[in-house]
Ligand binder design. Structure first.
Ligand SMILES: NC(=O)c1ccc[n+]([C@@H]2O[C@H](COP(=O)([O-])OP(=O)(O)OC[C@H]3O[C@@H](n4cnc5c(N)ncnc54)[C@H](OP(=O)(O)O)[C@@H]3O)[C@@H](O)[C@H]2O)c1
Length: 323
């Protein structure tokens, strides 16, 4: 495993573990996954040196936090534990009460990273950050983070807090490159962190799906990315991933992760449906891409143009009807 070098009290692994999948209906992995597989995934992640564990109060309505907390057990003090607050009522007393509730579900006295899940579209961050400041003062929260924030709003959050907002958790992968515009340069020059979610584009970049084999769960069946036409369009990118993977005796998913964490301020938090996937994802931290490989992936990513927005709606309807 490799770790970030930015002077946090607990080290942050370049590959972490995302746990939205734990106990959540959207992913549809079922009861045995929630009761047993999730536990085994966490225990194996610990053995492999993963220290960054990401959850949120809304994942499975608290179930993900409970499953993760139980699986970490005594080891919860040795990891960098991150959860998120959904800012429906973003006032300081509510923020404080929700942090205590998350900590209780996780069975911890300290949240190493407490993140605001989404920017609230109507309320600015002054009131949330007052709550965050109080939580940091009493030691319940180590670092403050945000998620899905623009650079402007990230900096405004720092002004409101009067201290560093360590991280911004955003979608970043060979399919979603927008953080490269300003979030990555900011993080790299200010010792901040971009936490890449959906680094495998929810499994698309594993190369295991195509028009005849689309994922069945609710979440991805409704995602434009997994439309038959878009799976066709992704063929070229998957082909380049396979070529690079072959040169490293690796898999396309591992190369997709190695590409994400190539940038120094980026860590990735892939989810996993099995222990084997977790093992494979952790091992991706050891893959160093050569300059020409990185460039070839970048170029293939530039060429990939999925149908999105309103143009995707008739295609989604057609896919639902099985045509
Ligand atoms: N802050 C936010 O707004 C936000 C939004 C989304 C996610 N997140 C966080 O980010 C985490 C990861 O994002 P994500 O779950 O959306 O997408 P992801 O990590 O890109 O995709 C995860 C899925 O990819 C497949 N997969 C994982 N490893 C694989 C491997 N080695 N080989 C082949 N397939 C593999 C699995 O699905 P199958 O096996 O079923 O194909 C797995 O469930 C979440 O768990 C959550 O913690 C945060």
């Amino acid at each position: 495993m490799r770790y970030l070098d930015i002077g946090t009290t607990r080290k942050i692994s370049k590959i972490g573990l995302g746990t939205w999948q734990f106990g959540s209906r959207e992913w549809g992995y079922g009861q045995q996954y929630a009761d047993q597989v999730a536990h085994s995934i966490v225990r194996r992640a610990l053995e492999l040196g993963v220290t960054l564990f990401d959850t949120a109060e809304i994942y499975g309505f608290g179930r993900s936090e409970r499953i993760l907390g139980r699986a970490l057990g005594e080891d919860r003090e040795a990891v960098f534990l991150a959860t998120k607050l959904f800012p429906l009522l973003p006032i300081a007393p509510v923020v404080e009460q929700r942090a205590v509730a998350s900590a209780n579900r996780l069975g911890t006295r300290r949240l190493d990273l407490y993140q605001v899940h989404q920017p609230n579209p109507v309320v600015r961050d002054g009131t949330i950050m007052r709550g965050m400041d109080a939580l940091q003062r009493v030691g319940l929260v180590g670092e403050v983070g945000v998620s899905n924030y623009s650079l402007q709003r990230w900096r405004a959050a720092e002004d409101a807090l009067g201290g560093r907002v360590l991280s911004n958790q955003v979608s970043y992968s060979l399919v979603v490159r927008s953080p490269e515009r300003d979030l990555l340069p900011f993080a790299e020059s200010h010792d901040r962190v971009v936490i890449a979610y959906s680094p495998l584009a929810q499994g698309l970049l594993s190369g295991r799906y195509d028009r005849d084999n689309r994922p069945a769960n609710r979440l991805r069946a409704a995602s434009p990315l997994f439309l038959p036409d878009n799976l066709d369009r992704a063929g070229d990118l998957i082909g380049v991933l396979r070529e690079v993977a072959d040169a490293h005796s690796a898999t396309p998913a591992q190369v997709a992760l190695a590409w994400v964490i190539h940038r120094p301020a980026v860590v990735a938090i892939p989810g996993a449906s099995s222990v084997e996937q977790l093992e494979s994802n952790a091992a991706a931290a050891e893959i160093q891409l050569a300059g020409d490989e990185y460039g070839a992936l970048q170029a293939a990513s530039d060429r990939f143009s999925p149908v999105t927005g309103p143009a995707a709606l008739p295609l989604i309807a057609r896919a639902r009807l099985g045509r």
